[in-house]
Design a protein around this ligand. Sequence first.
Ligand code: MG
Length: 299
Amino acid sequence: MSDFVVIEPVFATYVLHNAPVKQIASGFDWVEGPVWFGDAGCLLFSDIPNDRILRWIPGVGLSTFRAPSRFANGHTRDREGRLISCEHGTRRVTRTEHDGSITVIADSFLGKPLNSPNDVVVRSDGTIWFSDPHYGIMSDYEGHRAEQELPCNLYRVDPATGQMDAMVTDANCPNGLVFSPDERRLYMADTGRMYQDDPAHIRVFDCAEDGRLTGGEIFHVIDPGKADGIRVDTDGNLWSSAADGVHCIAPDGRLLGKVLVPERVSNLCFGGNAKQWLFITATTGVYSVVLNRRGVQRP
Ligand code: MG
């Protein structure tokens, strides 16, 4: 059990005693945005400072999916299985069509350029939700240095109508986001401006059927580190990145246990045929572990 820390006894049933946390790829500078393609049997992830998206196929290995990637960060798939990407370099959210062409989903709000879209999820109604902190315009490392013109908001776009709304406007630096399995809750990580006293918490909003949000209280404070990427399993447990690995948090906010990873974790996703694989992007490497859980991964 050395790869796991059991805090609440139930967590011992979520992990497999003989399943290791394995490094499956390495040699990167800052990996983020993992997304699993079950139909293609591959994992995509971003190596942001090196301006590329990589593809990992079990039993085959690593190849380049897209380079330059316009400093892409977070990814997800929409209801038709198309890749939705956050791009720091072009300060936009895009959709990659089945024929490979790129459609811009959002690049501005109220006439001003977005900051640097970071992470993205698609609701079952097809609306695309993304966070827009300023990390990608702070330097020329993960994008292009530029002046910030908009607050760090969380947005919703309806690609059918083009309607775009700021859904959370009081965040410090919104980052990872995920809906609960029944979509009645939206969780949002806030990673702050990277100063010591800045937030390291995950907030929870009640989400109405039409998508309207209420609440927004602090759900859980990550320690050590910050919550960057977050995902849920089918029972509604939240799996969050942290400095020492991946933390598993119950729907009532209790820390249940940890998957230990030797590098600072940025993001994670579920994959594999039964969505029982947890893929973890962590600084210079990508890791995987098989869990006795199933993740919610759409489509
Ligand atoms: Mg992120």
